[in-house]
Write a protein that binds this ligand. Sequence first.
Ligand code: MN
Length: 715
Amino acid sequence: MIRITDILDKTQSYLSQEEMEMIQKAYVFSASVHQGQVRLSGEPYLTHPMEVAGILADLKLDAPTILTGILHDTVEDTVATIEQIEEGFGKEVAFLVDGLTKISKITFGSQVEKQAENFRKMMLAMSSDIRILMVRLADRIHNMRTLEYQTPEKQRYIAKETLDLYAPLANRLGINWMKVELEDLAFRFLEYEAYNDLARRVTKKKEKRDQYTQEVKSIIKKEMEKAGLPGEVEGRAKHFFSIYQKMQEQNLNFDDVYDLTAFRIILDSDRERECYEALSMVHALWKPVPGRFKDYIAMPKANNYRSLHTTVIGPYGERVEIQIRTRVMHEWAEEGIAAHWRYKEKRADLGNDEEQIKKLRELLETQQELKNPREFMSNLKLALFPDEVYVFTPRGDVQAFPKGATPIDFAYSIHTDVGNQCIGAKVNRAIVPLKYELQNGDTVEIITQAGHHPSKDWLKFVVTSRAVAKIKNWVKIEEREKSVGLGRELLEKEFRKNHLKLNQIIKSDEMKKVYEEYSVASLDDLLALIGYGRVSAKRIVHQFLPETDKAGGGAAVAKVRTKGSEQSPVGISLTGIEDVMVRFAKCCNPIPGDEIVGYISRGRGIAVHTAMCPKARDMDSERLVDVEWSIKEKHTYPVDMRVVCRDKKGILAEVSAVISSLDTNISRAEINTDPDIEAVLDFRIDVNDLNQFNQIASAIKKLKDVVSVERVRKR
Ligand code: MN
């Protein structure tokens, strides 16, 4: 148990002698009025206010705050009165204790209206002075640490309130260690089994991880020395609740959560510049993962958190999360408003630290009347979680989403089927587009239609990982269905050609052998392989042909194969499908750089058209698939180009010279002279991509007698 001398030791460095004496006096008072009371743990009650005061002293908060910590439960739980507090410790402390007494009387109902009213009362009491909030948070920390002595019902209730209100408040105030501890403690009581399971798994790997942590730390440290950047490196295990959240949100198993350990570089220097220097040092050491760099120094978080974040590929090919900050930034990241407030008197330049609280207070004061409790709740949550939006279901339940979320995200949060079959949405009763960005306080209603399917386009605007995962999953299934259909067409055609009927053969023993040979379990699996282009239909049919036909058939297969490999276009990839039979459409002859679409043609694999191709635009959209260029090695593509110029001797030579000077091969040239003194030169040239074509075209355009240069799309 913490003793009064421990608290005095903690405060000695920054409080005056008189203030220290006052603390001793408060201790004596508190001890006398709590005399005989015990906590559920069996300890004397006094341990609680003393622990709370100890937390406040660690944060180096001022004397009235620490006094309030020692006295916070006296008026609520003992015979002491607020007048006695005022008499003994002054108006300020009495005001703070009174605020805390009020809060402790507030309980939350389940109704939105009642909950809102009580939330407001509590927030009002806490925000009238930030110190009330600080004591309340310290109080909650100690109560959570000793929650095991409560009944299971109380444990759940208090843990839920902690997760819903106090952990976010701590986060809002930027006090990271409190947020983390409150979340982990609440998690332990709310999801007992999940917590234990996680704790067990984390400990199991502890030794190996510690060794790894040491190794990474020393590599970074060495680099820092080389770069002349003094400071320290921390490697810490992520807290359980954040691992759990990640597993839940992204639907991961424990083994798939790669970054259990996060590293932190804390620089001795106060200069921001050194943070960026350390960042480039890290990026030179290990390859950064694209899209994971975040600059919270240039753009601090709403709670004033500042740091650089990056993820790199570490020494074993694993992902490593690294934060970089100065010592001052670090102190603020851990203690937030407490550090802010502590420095306030010493350093005037630190800005308006209580801005957040002021905003909160204004919000509460302008809503005295509380005409619309729902609006109040969403405004309050907005003030607590600035990166989220709060919307209502038609039944009035509040739902939180990341900023930028759309009705589709909302739909998937209700149920996978609601998401999959979503065809429209109403916000505040008006129809909105599916990519509408949800706003605070919106009431959202989803319109579904049985049998409707999600669209791949949704992936462009949904923001929740749940929605992304569900849509991708559906797309994968859909693409498999398309391949099965394509495979069936190819196979049936091949059987027909050889005067065989697929339906008759399906159930034969021969077919079972085929399944075995390709390690598939069903006809659909086999058809999918054919559709994906991994197995040729001819080869399957071949196995069902009489011996005499086989020789010829075999030759045909060989022929088709060579032909196939010649024709198989280089540099096309399909989202979600591999190794498909792909060919370029003759009508528009796409080259890398062109926007392209794929079309599942009947029996002939996938044809790639340019997105602009008039033929592609008229096609059955059900059969269109996404294709992308993926250029691994250079390859040339034929392009037809028409150059119109004034007829002049030698122009062909001039144009040809320009083309060859750009390292481009001409495979065909044709000249037609017009009676109107215009010459038309048709070329077929081999280019790597659209870029190269454009370069050639613009070089030719610069020639004096050239009128126009264009790409010919139809032949
Ligand atoms: Mn208390």
